[in-house]
Design a protein around this ligand. Structure first.
Ligand SMILES: Nc1ncnc2c1ncn2[C@@H]1O[C@H](COP(=O)(O)OP(=O)(O)O)[C@@H](O)[C@H]1O
Ligand SMILES: [Mg+2]
Length: 257
């Protein structure tokens, strides 16, 4: 999978960290939700999958994190085929999933919430190193470390969830609608934190209904429709595409508005 550079050398590091290849998945006997879905997440990249409510965005992340087994197709993490593995194994393979909605335990401290993400780590020095890392990346998490998580605002709680997911130093973080329920200003902060996660070395697969805002943050974008990715490319190009804008992003591109 190594890509060939112009000078003839290969760069194995550019192999995608996560590949979902021609995935079919669904629930029980109901019609398949994903029908031939493919998506790739390269290193140091925020990939955003947009699509309307019910399109199957959360289902994509569930397949990636092992919460839902695909009926067909493959899940490949950093070159290893992990298709059919459960959530524990996927976590060990380097996929961390931040679920839709809020998963912070309000009656526990920020520290306790974040350390839940380290339960697979045994080495105390390693845990301390990761704590220092997430506190630097998300300053509010460090500032509120000993407080009850329920006292934090929605946007701050989202950052606690991000910090928890980064404790295992995942290869890819799967973020399910991180802006849900947040006001526009808080959403902007949370999206800024997503690019900081990427800049600190974690690839991100983000799914969002808030398509325009998410594409403004992402490097690459994919549009999910009828169970598969219909259009994909650099996020800026998707945003600039007038037809796409009208069909999927609720209006004209901002530059011509
Ligand atoms: N646990 C489940 N059991 C049965 N059907 C489900 C379940 N979760 C989701 N679905 C159905 O799968 C489809 C896609 O859902 P989902 O992936 O949650 O969409 P999105 O995240 O894009 O809103 C919807 O029709 C939804 O009703
Ligand atoms: Mg969803």
């Amino acid at each position: 999978m190594a890509s060939e550079e112009k000078d003839g050398t290969t760069r194995p590091a550019e192999r995608p960290l996560l590949v979902l290849d021609d995935v079919y998945a669904g629930y029980g006997r109901a019609a398949m939700v994903l029908r031939g879905l493919s998506v790739k997440v390269p290193p140091r990249t925020v990939v955003c999958l947009v699509g309307p409510n019910g399109a199957g965005k959360s289902t994509v992340l569930k397949v990636a994190s092992g919460l839902l087994r695909p009926r067909e197709g493959r899940v490949v993490v950093d070159g290893s085929d992990v298709t059919g593995q459960g959530p524990q194994q996927m976590l060990r393979s380097g996929l961390a999933h931040v679920l839709q909605g809020h998963s912070v335990f309000r009656e526990m401290t920020v520290e306790e919430n974040v350390l839940l993400g380290a339960y697979t780590l045994r080495d105390r020095a390693r845990i301390a190193e990761r704590v220092a890392f997430v506190q630097e990346l998300f300053p509010i998490v460090g500032e509120r470390w000993k407080q009850l998580a329920g006292l934090l605002s929605g946007g701050q709680q989202k950052q606690v969830e991000f910090a928890r997911s980064l404790m295992i130093d995942p290869k890819v973080v799967l973020l399910d609608e991180p802006s849900m329920g947040l006001d526009p200003k808080t959403t902007a902060t949370v999206f800024q934190q997503i690019t900081r996660m990427r800049d600190a070395g974690t690839a991100v697969l983000l799914v969002e209904q808030n398509a325009r805002r998410a594409l403004e943050t992402a490097d690459l974008g994919c549009v999910l429709d009828l169970g598969r990715v219909h259009i994909s490319g650099p996020a800026a190009e998707l945003l600039a595409d007038q037809r796409l804008s009208e069909l999927y992003l609720g209006g004209r591109p901002r530059s011509t508005a």
